[in-house]
Design a protein around this ligand. Structure first.
Ligand code: CU
Length: 114
């Protein structure tokens, strides 16, 4: 019986050691999927900025590919630096993509629009 338990423990230990390798592999494929995630370009106007929360409120044009009408909504940004030098009333063009972990659309790129 003791030999049997030792064998089970050995098998479990081997499993635990193998797990991180498998997890890393899964994470890589997840990343690849994220990087090829479709993004949608649109234009809008800054309504408000919350730099502490990495969020901004935007009035955006309709995005037919997503079936979204023009509206005002909040977006998180992938990079806090995107919010620098922006203020309410600024016209911007930006790209959004779905964040796999939250299932929310987030801003990936953003620049001032003329
Ligand atoms: Cu919207």
């Amino acid at each position: 019986m003791k030999r049997f338990l030792m064998a089970v423990i050995a098998a479990l230990t081997a499993g635990l050691i193998a797990t991180p390798i498998y997890a890393a592999d899964t994470h890589e494929s997840h990343r690849a999927a994220t990087d090829t995630q479709k993004s949608y370009a649109t234009k809008g106007e800054v309504v408000a900025i919350d730099p502490n929360a990495d969020k901004m409120k935007l009035r955006h044009e309709a995005i037919p590919e997503l079936g979204w009408p023009a509206m005002i909504m909040n977006f998180a940004v992938t990079d806090k630096g995107l919010l620098e030098n922006l203020k309410a009333g600024d016209k911007v063009s930006f790209e959004i993509a779905k964040d796999q972990s939250t299932d929310q659309y987030v801003i990936r790129t953003l620049r001032a629009a003329k």
